[in-house]
Design a protein around this ligand. Structure first.
Ligand SMILES: Cc1ncc(COP(=O)(O)O)c(C=O)c1O
Length: 759
């Protein structure tokens, strides 16, 4: 039989006051307290405070008696507990306003939920408190404790009935936890009466220690470890490292009231089930009683943690609980890296991260700490997307070979890719990286124009080969760079914030630098190609001003050159409004190069050009690429295209990006250190300055913010010639809530940094 969720009585504040006086002779103001099933009021009677509890009409007297006796039992065992005040007629349970009424003493203190930062000592005290309660209730029995309660995790099936109310993707997520719940070995778990609702709104804190718990309304006889699991579930919500917090609670509990092995294994699945139940009941209540705020209290936080914990192995978590502390072998890994990995490769962060798992927009360390990945534009449709991983696995189990045989996949993929591009871009070359794509684009341009010279933008990066280092100012002008070769001509990048032309028609003004570079090339045999990203990554997340490509391309083409749009960072719907970022400029390039997101991490790249340029390249010398276009890569590429469409990721980039950009612009109003916020879709830059008038770049605050926000579980990084731009280009399944997390954490971190003395 499905369990029903009772609705609380609805007594007015005036009636509550009248009841307090009439039944208990307590005179004072009544203040409503939140509750799901009962109705509670805080009574202010002079210096004294009481809680007036009006039970749900359906609550039977035996249940209320059970709760009253449980409180007495706890108090007798030395646990700080509310004391029952009998009515003036001496009744523990009185009748008034059509309800059963009880009065308890008020326990002074702060609710755990209202304390923003939870120290290790506080978390340990939560574990200790729950342990004391469970130990005290171990020998408590009451016939009414044996009941079927819809919040009892042992009856999670009651909550799972509401699964159809959830949207499909969320349903799949929650189902996973209910499946794990079915495998909990209940017979191996000790049973006793538990508090049943050790959530952060019920835990009272004094002087940084959890000292008491309120509300026995969900008390029930069930598996004892459920109490700890419930405390863990609600305490870890929105913690930067939820499992570290959980481990601290568990360790303190275990010290006071030792857990059995099966119980340790059950904590994580039980805690997640409780949150899964919570979101199911929230969905049900949102339908049944849209104004029931209590149910919604933890729904958003619950969703976040359910999402983050989705790939987490319960076995690993149990091992961590058993070990009691996090393992850290970063130093050993670093020294192995130093021994065998080329030292020219840098590693992110002062304290490098050891990442062992990716899932959607999150990366995980060995302790299952989740990091919100805001910079990886390779894991385009989400880390480890099952559609992509199974496409790769299935095809590699069937066939992986070169492209000198007929095969459907290379054709299907090339057709699908070409269909995303405007005419006459229809000839596809499949390669293995962005560098290979640009390298080939250079050869195509030279074969077509019979020229050598290239125009590039300041601070551009196009790849790691010899020729591409030569046409990447970011490299040849940087440390170890050999400077600009004679065949490369550099144009000022169209940075409307920092550059000279912010006023009228900056697109045309900046295009003049391209025209000038084209002129310069004329003296050297003429321009073969203009290479430019459709929004500048290494340049500092620069969005091109309107008209920039149109005027630049016209100048290049008038001089006989071809225009190459490097979409390695920007392609595949990231622009949101368009599938390709160059489309935002209203132009059609002659050659488009693709990489990074194309295979969601599978090493792939592509060049798409016109039949005319392709014919020029077919000059007798074969172009062969051993791995490019192999069936496994094509299967990966097709899966990526499918997921972008089916999960509406381009639309998500448009909406989530616009929302995030607006919120970051609001943040810029508050923080002087933010000089500029710019972006298009999910390609966003935040530029930091020392002072807004002169716009002196502030790399120090940008990098300090990146380091500090990482501690809160958010991964960002810096870019731009002055290293003062924080870039945001996350997997495209990034949500508005994720954007909210970034803004909230950035706000906090900037607040701290702006108020600290400068180094
Ligand atoms: C704009 C741009 N083009 C090309 C490349 C080179 O791609 P890959 O590293 O796959 O060779 C990169 C890599 O960062 C890039 O950002």
């Amino acid at each position: 039989m499905p369990l029903t969720i009772h609705s609380a009585p609805r007594i007015s504040v005036e009636d509550a006051r009248a009841i307090a006086y009439g039944v208990y002779r307590v005179r004072g103001e009544a203040e409503p307290l939140p509750s799901e099933r009962d109705q509670n009021f805080l009574l202010h009677a002079g210096v004294e405070k009481f809680v007036l509890k009006l039970a749900n009409r359906e609550e039977d007297r035996a249940t209320l008696d059970f709760q009253n006796r449980a409180w007495e039992h706890l108090a007798a065992k030395g646990v700080l507990a509310p004391r029952l005040i009998p009515s003036r007629n001496g009744q523990p349970i009185a009748d008034a306003g059509g309800c059963a009424v009880r009065l308890f003493t008020w326990i002074e203190g702060e609710r755990l939920a209202s304390i923003r930062t939870h120290s290790s000592a506080l978390l340990a005290s939560v574990g200790g408190l729950v342990a004391r309660i469970d130990a005290a209730l171990e020998d408590f029995h009451h016939p009414a404790a044996v009941r079927r309660l819809h919040w009892d995790i042992a009856h999670a099936d009651a909550a799972s009935e509401h699964l159809p109310l959830l949207p499909p993707r969320r349903r799949t997520l929650v189902e996973q936890y209910f499946t794990a719940w079915k495998n909990i070995p209940w017979s191996e778990l000790r049973r006793s009466v538990i508090h049943g609702d050790c959530n952060d709104h019920n835990i009272i804190v004094r002087d940084g220690n959890a000292v008491a718990i309120l509300d026995l309304g969900d008390s029930v006889q069930t598996a004892t470890v459920c109490d700890l699991a419930i405390a863990v579930a609600y305490t870890i919500l929105d913690k930067p490292d939820p499992l570290a917090a959980a481990a601290q609670i568990v360790a303190a509990y275990h010290q006071r009231y030792p857990l059995r092995d099966a119980e340790i294994s059950a904590i994580f699945p039980l805690a997640m089930t409780r949150l899964a139940m919570s979101v199911c009941y929230s969905a049900f209540n949102a339908r049944a009683a849209a104004d029931d705020a209590y149910q919604q209290v933890s729904a958003a936080g619950a969703w976040r943690i359910l999402e983050r914990m989705a790939p987490v192995s319960a076995h690993d978590v149990a091992e961590r609980f058993r070990a009691g502390h996090a393992g850290d072998d970063r130093e050993r890994l670093l020294s192995r890296r130093r021994a065998h990995i080329g030292p020219s490769l840098s590693i992110s962060y002062k304290q490098p991260l050891h990442i062992v798992r990716g899932w959607r927009q999150f990366l995980y360390d060995p302790d299952w700490r989740a990091y919100l990945d805001c910079v990886n534009n390779v894991a385009h449709v989400g880390h480890a997307h099952p559609r992509v991983t199974s496409a790769i696995a299935e095809q590699s189990a069937r066939l992986n070979t070169n492209t000198r045989y007929l095969h459907e996949l290379i054709l299907e993929y090339s057709e699908r890719l070409a269909a995303t591009l405007p005419d006459p871009l229809s000839v596809v070359y499949l390669v293995c990286s962005g560098s290979e794509a640009n390298e080939l684009a250079l050869r195509l341009a030279r074969a077509h124009t019979h020229r050598r010279d290239v125009v590039v933008l300041d601070a551009a990066y196009h790849g790691n080969t010899n020729a591409l280092i030569d046409l990447s100012p970011y490299k040849y002008d940087g440390p170890g760079g050999a400077g600009r070769p004679a065949w490369v001509h550099q144009a000022k990048m169209p940075d409307v914030y920092r550059g000279p032309h912010a006023g009228a028609d900056p697109g045309a003004r900046y295009a003049e630098y391209v025209a000038a570079a084209v002129e310069e090339a004329k003296g050297n045999g003429g321009v073969a190609a203009f290479f430019a990203e459709s929004a500048l990554g290494c340049g500092g997340q620069i969005i091109l001003p309107p008209g920039y490509f149109a005027v630049s391309y016209a100048a290049v083409r008038a001089a006989g050159g071809v225009c190459v749009a490097d979409e390695v960072q920007t392609g595949f719907g990231r622009a949101g409004t368009h599938f390709w970022m160059f489309e935002t400029q209203g132009v059609t390039p002659d050659i488009v190069t693709l990489g990074k997101p194309i295979g969601n991490g599978h090493p792939m790249g592509a060049v798409i050009t016109t039949p005319e340029i392709a014919r020029s390249f077919a000059n007798g010398m074969e172009y062969f690429n051993t791995f490019g276009g192999n069936p496994v890569s094509c299967a990966a590429g097709l899966a990526v295209l499918d997921v972008i469409r089916e999960e509406q990721l381009q639309e998500n980039a448009r909406d989530t990006g616009a929302d995030l950009l607006a919120r970051l612009r609001d943040l810029a109003r508050k923080h002087e250190s933010i000089g500029d916020v710019r972006g298009h879709g999910l390609f966003i830059g935040i530029e930091f300055v020392r002072d807004r008038a002169v716009r002196t770049p502030d790399a120090a605050i940008a990098s300090a913010a990146v380091e500090r926000i990482k501690e809160a579980g958010v991964l960002l990084s810096t870019d731009g010639p002055d290293h003062n731009v924080i870039k945001i280009k996350p997997p495209m399944c990034f949500t508005r809530e994720d954007g909210g997390t970034v803004v909230e954490q950035l706000d906090r971190v900037l607040e701290e940094l702006e108020n600290e003395p400068r180094q």
